[in-house]
Design a protein around this ligand. Sequence first.
Ligand code: FES
Length: 586
Amino acid sequence: MNDQPDDPTADAPSGMRQGLTSYGDSGFSLFLRKAFIKGAGLSETALERPVIGIASTGSAYNPCHGNAPQLIEALKRGVMLAGGLPMEFPTISLHESFATPTSMVLRNLMAMDTEEMIRAQPMDAVVLVGGCDKTVPAQLMGAASAGKPAIQLITGSMLTGSHRGERVGACTDCRRWWARFRAQEVGAGELAVVNEQLVPSVGTCSVMGTASTMACIAEALGMTVPGGASPPAVTAERLRVAERTGALVVQMARQRLGPERILTVQAFENAMRVLLAIGGSTNAVVHLAAIAGRAGFELDLKGLDRMGRETPVLLDLKPSGAHYMEDFHAAGGMATLLRELKPLLHLDALTVTGRSLGEEIDAAEATRPGFAQDVVRPLARPIYPEGGIAVLQGNLAPGGAILKQSAASAALMEHEGRAVVFEDAADLAARIDDPALDVSADDILVLKRIGPKGAPGMPEAGAFPIPLKLARAGVKDMVRISDGRMSGTAFGTIVLHVTPEAAVGGPLAHVRHGDRIRLSVARRELSLLIPAEELAARAAAQPVQEPSAERGYRRLYLQSVLQADRGVDFDFLVPAAPMRRIPDPG
Ligand code: FES
């Protein structure tokens, strides 16, 4: 920008000249914008630079993003060193423990906020600062739809704590210690002491939960700087990742390297491989489906399962394994994992650097060659022979269901049992700990109406507790089935995302106490052992009334939300054009 009268049509619209406010006079619009931005103290020289938006999600309600101020300072440094003008702006921020009824209800709102603010405000490229479970998928969904050059900056994982010499970290150990408390193995006093150790710093959960999974997926998609997934939140390396992200995004702005060139079929297939190989969170299947949907692709669950049969789990992290995110980082992070996975990846997929994934893997090998470590296993010696996630089908889940087999009990993977049914979360809360509950360890627990519309928001209630009387008798795991999700940090033989959900009349709605259910992970089967005519008769006798709301966002949500296999996105946010399936059926 200069001091001469501006002609916004003279140049290709970029920087502060793009996306002018509609006053019916574009010259006046630019004149007014300049007046206001100068009111913030910016000079003409600054305004000549590529404008880099920074979607900031720092919030007192989000300790997982507690390092956002330091990250953004480093990020701005990187932007300015590379000749850009950083422009920070706020968007919705979501933390798992501070959103009711569940952050998942609000993920699409955050995605819409991100998309619309990228679209509405003048910027040549954008950095998405996110980390906690829903924030990264929301930001990638929004950025994919907005179409501007975009790069993800992950906030990074928290440190681990220590309790009486035992290492602990959120949130696998949160669940384990709570289960021990319920089973009366520890008292309230010790529980309070552990509580102070589980989250010893800002940052995202320290295991391979949803946040860590989405960080790895973002890098596998090519949407972060190489090595951007694993540095812990409070390290100097995380700050250097931020600075490098700032420098890179200016290059992306100059090259107009948009997400349509990065979020390709090959990139999504790479992300699916990584999800399977890291024993990643089941939630990532939903989020990947949603991000892919924004890019014009439909995630094929059967295809994901096929990939899983040839993609072993290589990463030895909780909850599938033994280590924590900082150990993964010390073992070389994604560079080590991608090097091992190389034969299964599309190496020509483009990344935010402008180079291919294969070139980045080779570059990492040249600067930081592999070394002996025990966190990332070689392909020949996996910690689990197949991918972490199995996709089940059958008359109980015609649209599919998910099981995290790498975190399940081997003894329950082939299991037939009597259904003990809870109609919804309130019914579960009222009866699960009732000493009179008719239940035994061989039964299969069924929880209805915690799906996308049911709860609503598909809360992470799928890993619901073992009935108290069985927990106290030493039962650690049972087959549990629901249309909900579970935290990526949870473990057990837990069947999730049953589609269609009970609240829209899926077969799950018609399961009754005492029915027999068969789970066969080997055959990928989830069956309700009643005749089809009986199931149809039950459905006809008890038609389901779908939930609705009077007003506001909840009304929009209930009217528009898609099922789990479509990513729980809104029907009006995915492209209308027919979608290409991923993985590519060939
Ligand atoms: Fe934010 Fe676990 S609660 S990552």
